[in-house]
Ligand binder design. Structure first.
Ligand code: NAD
Length: 275
């Protein structure tokens, strides 16, 4: 199995999970950190077909995580170009190599809220993959394009491609608890992310589960922990921070305002590592 972006936060967790299960893994990374639990490590750019071909050697499936994960670190054009070109290249080379199972990381930020210059509100909640995007930043746009690329490549190569819309991802051992503490004190900090999160090991497991989805076809699936990372009733939070959002069904207690039915139905996924 090929994992791109394998030296990143989620990529490392995917490699750990594959190693635990005894599944052979190839890693495509910009720079080899020297400690990846992979059978093959290829240094190269995911936008480069030759590098992707080298990394695909022996692979029967691909998890594509390589990306610039925010519009804030690089110029807008680079964020858009790297993210969309790498997703195209990885799926195209995988399809040509006969691979029929793929997972690509997209983002809840595809809804446009996270990185908009102003406060936006989802049209309705619980949100789902059909929510109209209000994207106005290059990262959100790149992830929307990635989801279209997934659909196109599924048809082009007869593949199964799951585009996983990930929420805020972090480990218990690193940024997640600290972020949760700060959001508890000031829920406005994560209002744009609808207070959703996923522990890194759960994100990795969702990626691997996505490879069991029968093809051909493409699906965009939102995943998250079932409850928010803040100790406040979700309906109160929605009324306060997203007053124009139509609540289409009850959000009892700390229920995350995301429809997790497809995550359960399509992937068989439920988070295990919750705050
Ligand atoms: N972490 C989150 O909260 C979060 C939330 C939503 C979506 N995502 C998505 O999940 C994926 C993985 O995120 P992460 O948190 O592990 O990010 P990360 O930044 O820790 O890892 C991404 C890795 O991709 C590599 N990379 C970047 N450009 C590359 C290129 N052109 N070729 C090869 N490698 C390249 C980087 O070097 C890095 O190691 C990304 O697609 C990101 O957009 C992450």
């Amino acid at each position: 199995m090929l994992v791109t972006g394998a030296a990143g936060r989620i990529g490392r967790a995917v490699l750990d999970l594959l190693a635990d299960r005894g599944i052979a893994a190839g890693a495509l990374v910009l720079a080899d950190p020297g400690d990846l639990p992979a059978d093959l490590v290829v240094e190269g750019d995911a936008t480069d077909p030759a590098a992707v071909d080298a990394a695909l050697k022996g692979a029967d499936a691909v998890i594509h995580l390589a990306a610039i994960p925010t519009p804030e670190w690089e110029p807008a054009g680079k964020v858009f170009a790297v993210n969309t070109q790498s997703t195209f290249t990885v799926l195209e080379q995988a399809g040509r190599a006969g691979i029929r199972q793929a997972c690509v990381a997209t983002s809840q930020a595809a809804d446009g809220l996270a990185f908009a210059a102003r406060e936006l509100h989802p049209a309705y909640a619980p949100v789902d993959a059909a929510l109209p995007s209000q994207a106005e930043d290059p990262y959100a746009l790149s992830k929307l394009v990635d989801e279209l690329t997934a659909e196109t490549m599924a048809r082009r190569h007869g593949m199964s491609v799951v585009a996983l819309r990930l929420p805020y991802v972090g480990g218990f051992d690193e940024r997640l608890r600290d972020f949760a503490d700060r959001c508890a004190a000031d829920p406005g900090l994560h209002a744009r992310g609808l207070w959703a999160y996923l522990e890194t090991r759960d994100a990795a497991r969702a990626c691997v589960l996505a490879l069991d989805v029968p093809g051909p076809g493409a699906r965009t699936v939102l995943v998250a922990a079932p409850e928010t990372l803040v100790p406040h009733p979700t309906e109160d939070l929605m009324r306060r921070y997203h007053p124009t959002t139509e609540l289409r069904s009850p959000l009892p207690g700390r229920a995350v305002p995301i429809d997790l039915t497809p995550a359960a139905g399509v992937l068989g996924f439920a988070a295990r590592f919750t705050l």
